[in-house]
Design a protein around this ligand. Sequence first.
Ligand code: NAI
Length: 259
Amino acid sequence: MTDLSGKTAFVTGAASGIGRAIAERLGRDGATVIVTDIDTAGAVAVAGGITGAEAHALDVTDDARFDALIDDVAAHLGLDIMVNTAGCIAVAPVVDTELAAWQRQMAVNLDAVFIGARAAARVMSAQIARGRPPGLIVNMASGAGRRGVPMLAGYCAAKAAVISLTQTLAQELGPQGIRVNALAPGHIETPFWEEIAAGFAAHTGETAGAVIERFRAGVPMGRFGTAEEVAAAVAWLASSDASYVSGQVIAMNGAELPW
Ligand code: NAI
């Protein structure tokens, strides 16, 4: 348990899966959590279960709305922990991938991380000038950002770029004490996998269940991870125990190597 009382955490993609678990964990640890998602009803439901949380509709590809919401939150609560979790995926070989599908993955998985991290860095810098302690930015990459995976070209490329963006940001913001890290989860049991399994099944002829079993069998620890196991890493990064950790890619993947 990390004591995050007095801190404000902004989480994108927080209506489901990993984002939801991060919002719930940071809320349990005492932070005031801003629960955002394109799925407004889902965000409202998640925020309803977290003491003191606020829910806001946010499509992370809407840069004007994203900037305005960060500014608004910073103005009335301040901003200490920015977690860019929202993501999407499309499963297809490169030769069958439409440019629009490629661009959508770049927009949600990469461009939105740039927009969110930039907005957070700006308000955190201004806060430091007024005496608030430096904040923390956590960007959701993936094990898929550290190697190519057949039928996931756009997703892998976007996540690799998130790692690169994180490394640059950490160096640019380091002098102010703002820490920036990326997470690289392996296979985590969330609704995301329904879409992934259906996508692979459509191309391979496997059942969705067989796809899941194939990926599970490739994990040395023999199981998918839980969203809570990813959220625990965010809580640690937000704690003083991680005060010298920045520019890193933190993996939780049941010993899948190499990454
Ligand atoms: P999920 O499908 O359970 O949740 C994704 C959330 O993002 C949903 O609530 C969805 O509404 C939201 N979202 C999608 N597009 C959005 C947009 N344009 N604006 C705002 N919100 C949007 O998926 P999961 O598994 O929780 O994934 C969360 C993040 O973790 C993603 O970035 C994903 O790439 C990453 N990840 C997931 C892994 C897994 O095995 N589940 C492994 C590695 C990374």
